[in-house]
Design a protein around this ligand. Sequence first.
Ligand code: ATP
Ligand code: MG
Length: 387
Amino acid sequence: MDSLPQQNEGPLAAYRARVAEGALRADPAQAHAAEILQALWRNLRGYAPTPAAPEPRGFLGKLFGGKRGSGDLAAPEGTPEGLYLVGAVGRGKSMLMDLFFETAEVPRKRRIHFHAFMQEAHGRIHAWRRAHPGSDDPIPPLADQIAGEASLLCFDEFQVHDITDAMILGRLFEALFARGVVMVATSNTAPQDLFKGKPGRDAFLPFIALIQSRVEVFYLESAQDYRRERIRGLPTWHHPVNGRSERALDAAFEELTGSPHGEPASLQVLGRTVPVGEAARGVARTSFDELCGRPLGAADYLAVATHFHTLVLDGIPRLGPENFDRARRFITLVDALYEHRCKLVASAEAGPDQLYEQGENAAMFERTASRLMEMQSQEYLGLPHLP
Ligand SMILES: Nc1ncnc2c1ncn2[C@@H]1O[C@H](COP(=O)(O)OP(=O)(O)OP(=O)(O)O)[C@@H](O)[C@H]1O
Ligand SMILES: [Mg+2]
């Protein structure tokens, strides 16, 4: 039986407190998820496995050989089972995982966007290969490093699109689980549907089996898309650029992320670093100058549009033939945002129709202006993001 102090601690208590203070609406599906997270929270109190480096016992090798299921998973005895929260967009998965992460009493814990985690992993593999030319297997030292940093890993937006990720995931996670790492994740995709329909899927199936054996899968079937509800109530285009529009963007960022400021953020694209100002919970906030005032191109804007569901963009100037470089980049940015249903909250010197001064190339901007108008519509704001 719970002792009284425990009932006031952990993600369930935190969830109930937010509902009681009116910051969240009561939602039975979320409350159920919070109860499951609470059980894991309790299991994990003080969890600190020694990040030793056991040799994985070849679970994947056995699977490749056709034998499935196995009590001989290499996870140390007593390792708590993790949790994989799956559901449609805006259901509160990240919010719940964050409540869990903030309250988790685990000495070494880390919350990271899954895409960023994989980029970091590839970077570390490259660094290791450079430092150890001729050595064969970078996975065990990589797993040592990751497990040394955190025994609880919380991944936001778990998804696998990239064959280079798919190829290392199985061995990497087998090695992490063998070191006692517990994983909690949010995702729009159930484990059995990861990497579906992609070439090389067969070789990926053992990873799915591994995940299913190490985490509980919880389907968050909340009826409400809360993000849509929040952004629907928000005006998304503010002009002209002044103190008022800046405060409106401050308020939008806070409404969408729950905090006034995010973490400084950047994206790695083809070996380049694309600065995106600050970011939190899938929302980036940066300025027009930062994104369109430097030589970035379609691949960079695509990364922004797929990585974030909402971009809060400060200070779009009047555009025209004299700053056509910037205008052209802005056109490319809007195309990427539009194609991926990324939402835009912006401050600008003028409305979309008056943004590009008459003159050379004005016709090119017409489609952009039209897209910007559409992107303010309730219909567009209700569309799911296409990462
Ligand atoms: N019960 C609730 N009442 C009010 N707002 C909520 C509730 N649950 C979540 N929200 C808010 O709705 C927004 C979307 O929630 P969240 O980002 O956690 O969704 P998600 O399931 O992670 O979505 P995605 O799959 O797109 O990542 C957030 O701003 C969050 O704070
Ligand atoms: Mg989320």
